[in-house]
Design a protein around this ligand. Structure first.
Ligand code: HPA
Length: 248
């Protein structure tokens, strides 16, 4: 299938795009194995959009076990060239409180032991892709513009720190990340962004802040109920934003 204007990867709390119409389900197998679940392809405000739930539609795949390579390769195999990654995150610095939407422009990778390259197949050429700008700048600009056009409030910029999970961080870990320059913390930003670059996909992140990270904000205990409620509240403008992004 071709003509996919945009592929969307949903994170924790975003397991489907309810606004997708005429949905067709694609079960895809790739040279890296199976993605986290079926790809739903449909129309959103007149544009063909593909959706994949990163953790599976039942939220059953933990961050360190997501087959990031298969997810991205599957989207590429069905004809997608642009990927909008929705990432549920914790907020570290002042501007990134719960329910904020942000389009980060940098990443620090604290993950370990994940397959982080496509260059592991026997005989494949080793790639040293440029990753100075980890998110495709043009796609980032289009996200920011789509937010403006649709009246969705969005913070432009920020540094995403990718942790291993699935547990949340200690206060000391978050304090170190703050010193490092991280504004946001999540568990799935890497290796996904690096693999997208290796695969030649345009890729950018729309981060949904679900809670203050450990020791930040009010410093209260983080609950899954809080995370899911804030993701839902922050996501109300996403269908319009995604539809607008798919158009341009
Ligand atoms: N830390 C890491 N990942 C997250 C968080 C957090 O506080 N909230 C949502 N995803």
């Amino acid at each position: 299938m071709s003509g996919i204007a945009l592929a969307v990867i949903g994170g924790t709390g975003v397991y489907r795009l309810a606004a997708l119409a005429d949905v067709e389900t694609r079960e895809v197998d790739t040279r890296f194995g199976k993605p986290s679940g079926p790809i739903r392809v449909g129309h959103l405000l007149g544009q063909k959009v593909a959706f994949l739930a990163r953790h599976g539609e039942g939220h059953s795949v933990p961050p360190h076990q997501v087959n990031y390579r298969a997810n991205l390769a599957a989207l590429k195999d069905i004809g997608a060239t642009r990927v909008l990654a929705l990432n549920t995150v914790g907020g570290i610095t002042e501007r990134f409180g719960p329910r904020v939407l942000a389009c980060p422009d940098q990443i620090i990778d604290y993950t370990w032991g994940r397959i982080s390259t496509i260059c592991e197949e026997p005989g494949s050429e080793v790639l040293h892709v440029d990753f100075g700008e980890p998110y495709t700048p043009l796609l980032r600009h289009k996200i920011v513009a789509a937010a403006r056009v649709t009246g969705v409030k969005l913070v432009d910029g920020g540094c995403y720190g990718a942790t291993q999970g699935p547990r949340l961080e200690t206060k000391a870990e978050i304090a170190r990340m703050r010193r490092d320059g991280c504004d946001l913390v999540g568990m799935t930003g890497m290796p996904e962004a690096g693999l997208a670059r290796e695969l030649g996909l345009d890729y950018a992140c729309l981060a949904i802040v679900a809670n203050w990270a450990a020791g930040c904000g009010t410093g209260e205990e983080i609950t899954m109920a809080e995370v899911l409620a804030n993701v839902e509240a922050a996501s109300s403008g996403l269908p319009e934003l995604i539809g607008e992004l798919a158009r341009g």
